[in-house]
Design a protein around this ligand. Structure first.
Ligand code: HEM
Ligand code: HEM
Length: 239
């Protein structure tokens, strides 16, 4: 595998090794938090705090995981000296990237509700802005086509939005019953989308060829599912 191929598996590796185990722990703690509040079981009093603390890491981890995938997709689409739009576009995208990460950091420490809402919106807008670049494979941008609903990208940025909502509304989820209910509904959906990401992500991994195979594989017709016949082998040399 060339360096670029290793870069492409950074995102799947982090998802499998860090994000999914953490999701399992956060979901387990969420069930315990609820059963403690409803007094249907007696888990330790720390479960609510642990769920919320690890939930923060999960939410921020998912945002960073997606940003890594987007940077790799944009930066490795063509050799760097042939970067579409040249240095001006590269610099603008770098500013968007830095702004998005700073906004995530600010969301982590912000206390005032207005500021938290603003940083949720800025962080999500940054992710969507990077994702809107032509180098990013989104399958389809048309919600009326089946490709849109099978897209690893669109369900991925939806999960990012749901995670940012939990991160931004943490104090309110603790205090306000309506928001707690909204949090549970949003995160049942997020849990389903995590499963969807596992399926569409492994599908994409299977479909993306290694860098040295690309010229041959992309000569195939993906609609007709056929490839040009292989070049004839050179004649065997005389013994
Ligand atoms: C897959 C992800 C998640 C699921 C399924 C989930 C689900 C839940 C559930 C079922 C509860 C208990 C509600 C109740 O007592 O009725 C809860 C509480 C809570 N969640 Fe989550 N959650 C998730 C992620 C997150 C994240 C990412 C955060 C924060 C960044 C978070 C913050 C909280 C807080 C602050 C509470 C209140 C804890 C308490 O009552 O002590 N959750 N969540
Ligand atoms: C938390 C779960 C995950 C989220 C939120 C997520 C989200 C994303 C997003 C938004 C992209 C960029 C758009 C694209 O290129 O399609 C992407 C790329 C990709 N994802 Fe995921 N993904 C997750 C898990 C996985 C898993 C489990 C795998 C495979 C085992 C995977 C494999 C890939 C691959 C191969 C790419 C393209 C390569 C790249 O851009 O680095 N993803 N993912």
């Amino acid at each position: 595998m060339a360096l670029v191929d290793w870069l492409w598996i950074v995102h799947p590796v982090l998802a499998v090794v860090l994000i999914y185990p953490l999701t399992g722990i956060v979901i387990r703690l969420s069930v315990q938090t609820r059963s403690r509040r409803l007094k249907t079981a007696k888990p330790p009093p720390t479960v609510g705090r642990d769920h919320s603390d690890l939930g923060r890491w999960l939410a921020a981890g998912v945002v960073v995981l997606v940003i890594i995938a987007l940077i790799v997709a944009i930066a490795t689409h063509a050799p760097l000296d042939q970067f579409q739009g040249g240095w001006r576009r590269a610099f603008t995208l770098l500013l968007v990237l830095i702004g998005t990460l700073l906004s995530l950091g600010a969301l982590w420490i912000a206390k005032a509700p207005g500021l938290r809402l603003a940083f949720v919106v800025i962080t999500w807008a940054g992710v969507l802005g990077l994702g809107a670049q032509p180098e990013v494979w989104r399958v389809s941008d048309d919600p009326f086509s089946s490709g849109f609903w099978q897209s690893h990208y669109w369900s991925g940025v939806a999960v990012v939005g749901l995670m940012l909502f939990s991160l931004g509304a943490r104090p309110e989820i603790l205090r306000n019953l309506r928001l707690r209910r909204l949090h549970v509904t949003a995160n049942v959906l997020a849990a389903l989308l995590f499963v969807v990401q596992g399926i569409t992500g492994t599908r994409d991994l299977l479909e993306i060829p290694l860098s040295w195979q690309k010229s041959t594989i992309y000569a195939c017709n993906f609609e007709a599912r056929s490839c040009p016949p292989p070049a004839p082998l050179p004649p065997a040399s005389e013994p």
